[in-house]
Design a protein around this ligand. Structure first.
Ligand code: COA
Length: 570
């Protein structure tokens, strides 16, 4: 799988897409199917005409220029997080502490390097500084063929200590594991709480203790969890392995204790080595806090892979399945990604570059046309698409509500392509007040339908994520299984440049606009973990295809309905 961060490919020449290729026969890709011998109903949904009209040329070119700038920033951030805590910390980690770097650990653990990394830019640009990858890599990768969430500390970032953003990232990863019923593997190498920020880490409900609470709840939900102690597990960190269902420790690398040797010395005057206080031998042979002793890190990941093989899943035979590629180049998405709301084109142009064969069975095509709804396939998976194509009007919201309920009835995953209007509708007259009230009621109905739909939901913000329209379009608060942003995306109550409509004072409006400009960027959002990551437009189809496989895996877990209590290890 492509991770959201994969190699840059230059975009298509404009002439190529101006000519359009809708009459060509769709290319077929042979994908490994997880459908076994089951057969989907045949479908020949109509092909969308995604040809770029010549009068859109200047819009396309402006978008493309903006996308190149955004992509440059994306690459710079990527480079920054790859360096972890910097050269000195890497040398300390590998040479003095003789540990393996976190990305190399993942290479040993996972079947292949193609994993879906979640929120790689979380932690960048915070008020307490840049915390690369929030000090902890999270994502979903395959272990012996099974999709698993991983949560792996990066000890090159301040000894793997937990900043507030680290805690938030870990909790989000557990959330992903719970929502999609994915086994979870913790690679623990952490000095516990980052003490200078303890008040933002320790006391509240969704802070430090929540991850231990989640471990118990997840176990009771029959979501298996394995921890590998491949470094320090100090203070709060010590609870991660002791609450996991199975734990492994690496000899002379892993330690588990509530207070380390300096604390023992200060309290009792006694000198003790980390190994004697809480090393691998002690915990595997005396305390029983861990279940498996590994002589090396490599051995620890082999143990983990074997433990995953003991989980009770029955995956279908993998057979090859022909999937139609979109008729239009996915690279065109860079010119279709709107630099602002006024540069949005017909959303069908984007949809035609994401769906199999550029096909869409549109629903209510002539009603509420500012919202596009319809059925399509993405890498062979049947989905319902809900995509903004203008303001979310009364009619559009009613249509959205109807369509979301249809998909829920049929258990079809929903894909929301979000590009909402920049400013709430103003109410300058009585007639307008009535239409706004109707719109409010219809949006309320759509929001209820989205909130209560029990089918998987995946949101991609392809343009704006503004104000109340974004709730109905399954924004973060509406709990989509995954939410990704394109780099051009903007996230704020109202779009930069629109504050004058609401704030009378000119100076105040200017200041507010400047603030909105800075705070609405996709990187600002992702730094704070308001999403699951920024993805490049050209990777969207692959990311969606993989998310659809991931949400499906839970169907293959045996006896998951049986009620259980958590595993109590000792
Ligand atoms: N809070 C804040 N900073 C911490 C920290 C903590 N709990 N633990 C470590 N750090 C910082 C160190 O000050 C150091 O900062 P620097 O690079 O700016 O000098 C950096 O993290 C790395 O620590 P260092 O001790 O040099 O690295 P190490 O690899 O030899 O050891 C630990 C890492 C985590 C084993 C060790 O630092 C340790 O035991 N820390 C204390 C853990 C603890 O008692 N936590 C209690 C939390 S409630």
């Amino acid at each position: 799988m492509h991770s959201p961060i994969s190699t840059f490919s230059p975009c298509q020449p404009l002439t190529h897409i101006l000519q359009g290729r809708a009459t060509q026969r769709p290319a077929l890709t042979r994908l490994m199917s997880t459908g076994g011998r089951k057969r989907r109903l045949p479908s020949a949904f109509p092909v969308i005409d995604g040809t770029l009209q010549p009068f859109y040329k200047h819009v396309y070119e402006a978008n493309l220029r903006n996308s190149m700038v955004c992509e440059q920033r994306f690459r710079e951030n990527q480079e920054k997080v790859q360096k972890g805590g910097g050269e000195n910390a890497i040398a300390r980690h590998t040479q003095r502490n003789r540990k393996v770097l976190v990305r190399d650990r993942l290479r040993m653990l996972l079947d292949d390097e193609d994993y879906l990394e979640l929120s790689p830019f979380a932690g960048l640009g915070l008020h307490y500084g840049d915390i690369p990858s929030a000090g902890c890599l999270t994502g979903i990768g395959k272990i012996n063929g099974l999709w698993c969430v991983f949560i792996a500390n990066d000890a090159t970032v301040k000894g793997g200590t937990a900043y507030p953003i680290t805690v938030k990232k870990q909790l989000r990863a557990q959330d992903v594991a719970m929502q999609n019923r994915l086994p979870c593997v913790y690679l623990v190498d952490s000095g516990g709480a980052f003490l200078p920020l303890q008040s933002e880490i320790f006391p509240d409900k969704n802070q430090g203790g929540r991850s231990f609470y989640n471990e118990a709840i997840m176990s009771a939900m029959k979501i298996p969890q394995v921890a590998v102690v491949c470094g320090s597990c100090t203070a709060g960190g010590a609870y991660i392995p002791t609450m996991a269902e199975e734990a492994i420790i690496v000899h002379r690398i892993g330690t588990v204790f509530l207070g380390g040797p300096p604390l023992v010395k200060a309290a009792t005057g006694e000198e003790v080595s980390p190994e004697d206080l809480g090393g691998a031998k002690l915990h595997a042979e005396v305390s029983g806090c861990v279940d498996h002793f590994a002589a090396t890190e490599k051995e620890a990941y082999e143990h983990t892979r074997n433990i995953i093989s003991t989980l009770n899943f029955e995956l279908p035979d993998e057979g090859a399945e022909d999937v139609e590629e979109p008729l239009y180049s996915i690279e065109d998405l860079k010119g279709l990604a709107p630099r602002d709301y006024n540069h949005s084109m017909d959303i069908r142009m984007i949809v035609s570059r994401l769906t199999d064969g550029s096909r869409l069975q549109e629903f209510k095509g002539r009603y509420g046309t500012t919202l596009l709804t319809g059925f399509a396939k993405i890498e062979g998976h049947l989905v319902g698409i809900v995509a903004n194509n203008g303001e979310l009007t009364y009619e559009a919201s009613l249509k959205g509500s109807h369509f979301v309920q249809l998909c829920d009835q049929r258990d079809i995953p929903l894909i929301f392509l979000q590009n909402t209007a920049p400013c709430p509708p103003l109410t300058p007259s009585q007639a307008k007040a009535e239409s706004n009230t109707n719109r409010l009621k219809a949006q309320g109905s759509m929001m209820s339908a989205v909130a209560c739909a029990s089918t998987p939901k995946i949101t991609v913000v392809v343009g704006g994520c503004y104000g109340a329209d974004s709730y109905a379009m399954c924004g973060r608060a509406f709990d989509p299984n995954f939410l990704f942003l394109w780099p051009n995306a903007r996230v704020s109550m109202l779009a930069p440049g629109h504050s004058a409509a609401l704030v009378q004072d000119e100076k105040e409006a200017t200041e507010l606009n400047e603030r909105l400009e800075e705070e609405s960027s996709s990187f600002f959002s992702s730094g704070r973990l308001w999403d699951d990551g920024v993805i490049l437009p050209q990777h969207t189809r692959t990311v969606l295809g993989n998310c659809l496989k991931i949400v499906k895996q839970q169907e293959y877990q045996l006896s998951r309905e049986k009620l259980r209590t958590p595993v109590l290890r000792i």
